[in-house]
Every structure is written in structure tokens, then in C-alpha cells.
Design a protein around this ligand. Structure first.
Ligand code: GRF
Length: 217
């Protein structure tokens, strides 16, 4: 049975698009029940509408506390009976109660090789640090920002000519490969999260998860 997914976004939604495309192509057995944004003008909402997916805007500014916003968000997600919550550029710090509610059922994609560069401006920070490699991580979400157990990472070289923009493009290309892949594993019940540990095909993954290569599927 197709996995019911709700995707949370705040912006462009190119990762959302990769999921829509792969499910339309029959490569990913998921049903995106809704796309929820905390920004009214997020382009990802247009992408959802175009694909006939319910597009929901919940304005965080209308709530006086983080807890109240997260409660409204949780209510909306649970209306759709989501089996997996996918954070795809959702620019909000989440409360502990919210993350606990979706323990082992919420994934995020973060543009760095975690545990390096949690938070914002990761591409520039990788360049400024003089790193030779940069990349992206898919991880289960816990209360601590960008600190949940890693499932999958993809690496790109930082070339001397790279700036934050060119690096961001390279990383985005990788994102569109690894996020659908991790979600496919979850939908096939090959991927699970138990007591802080990530299991793939019943084997425990290392702290940095699987390293993506073309032939992994
Ligand atoms: C991506 O860089 C992702 O890693 C980060 O937010 C960005 C979302 O991009 N969490 P898009 O909206 O999917 O294009």
C-alpha cells in the first residue's frame, strides 16, 4: 500500500517537486496527502496545486507561542493520517512535544555533512572553513536542531572556483537524488528508527549513515 506522506515547506519546494515527479513516474510508492507551508508565498504551494495535492497555508505569525503553532500544525498533519512527515525546506524550529509525536516518522534534509554545519548558511560556512568536501544529509528529526540520526549523505567536492551559489546548486542536485531514495526505503519498510538508532535492512547504520553512490537503490 502506498505510504501516506505530508510534506512541510517554507520556500521553493524543489525537493517536493522531486518527490512528486518520482511518484508520478512510479519510482516512489507514496501518496502526498498534503503540502503545508508557514509562508503564504512559498512556491512549493503552487507546485502542490499543479499536482492536485491539497496545499495548506498555516501562518505562524497568528500564534503567540511556538507550542500553539505546532499544535495547529500537528492537528492538520494528523487529519491526513500521515505515516511519514517530510520536512523539505521547512524553516521553523520545532517544539519537543511536536518532534516526540512524530518520533521515527519525520525526516529532514539538511545541506551539510552532519554533524558539521548545523543551522543556516551552510555552503558559505563550508567554503570559509576551507573544506574540500561538502554535501547533504537526510536524518530523522529529534528535538535538537539538525541533530537527529543520519540515514544517508551525499558528498560533492568544493572546487576553488565555487561560491555559495554554485555549491548550493551542486548540493540541490544531490538532494533531489537522496531524499526520494531515503523515502523510498522508508516506504518499503527497509528503513526504521528505534531508540536513536537507524536500521536499514535490519542492520544498524553508522552515525553518518549510508554514503550515496550512483548504484545504491
Ligand atoms: C534545501 O537546501 C534543504 O536542504 C534545506 O532547505 C532547502 C530547501 O530547498 N533544508 P527546496 O525548497 O526544496 O528547493
Amino acid at each position: 500500500m502506498s505510504l501516506s506522506v505530508v510534506v512541510l515547506i517554507s520556500g521553493s519546494g524543489s525537493n517536493l517537486q522531486a518527490l512528486i515527479d518520482q511518484s508520478l513516474e512510479g519510482k516512489l510508492d507514496i501518496t502526498i496527502k498534503a503540502v503545508i507551508s508557514n509562508k503564504a508565498d512559498a512556491f512549493g504551494l503552487e507546485r502542490a496545486k499543479k499536482a492536485n495535492i491539497p496545499a495548506v497555508f498555516i501562518d505562524h505569525k497568528k500564534f503567540s507561542t511556538r507550542e500553539e503553532f505546532d499544535a495547529a500544525l500537528q492537528y492538520e498533519i494528523d487529519q491526513h493520517k500521515a505515516e511519514l512527515v517530510v520536512l523539505a525546506g521547512f524553516m521553523r524550529i520545532l517544539t519537543e512535544g511536536f518532534t516526540r509525536h512524530y518520533d521515527g516518522k519525520m525526516l529532514n534534509i539538511h545541506p551539510s555533512l552532519l554533524p558539521k554545519f548545523k543551522g543556516l548558511n551552510t555552503h558559505q560556512r563550508a567554503i570559509d572553513a576551507g573544506d574540500k568536501e561538502h554535501g547533504v544529509s537526510v536524518h530523522f528529526v529529534t528535538a535538537e536542531l539538525d541533530a537527529g540520526a543520519v540515514v544517508l549523505q551525499a558528498v560533492t567536492e568544493i572546487e576553488p572556483s565555487d561560491d555559495a551559489e554554485s555549491l548550493s546548486k551542486k548540493v540541490h542536485n544531490l538532494e533531489h537524488k537522496i531524499y526520494p531514495l531515503a523515502i523510498k526505503w522508508f516506504s518499503q519498510k527497509r528503513l526504521a528508527y528505534k531508540s536513536g538508532k537507524v536500521m536499514l535492512d535490519s542492520e544498524r547504520l553508522s552515525d553518518t549513515g549510508i554514503r550515496y553512490q550512483q548504484d545504491i537503490h
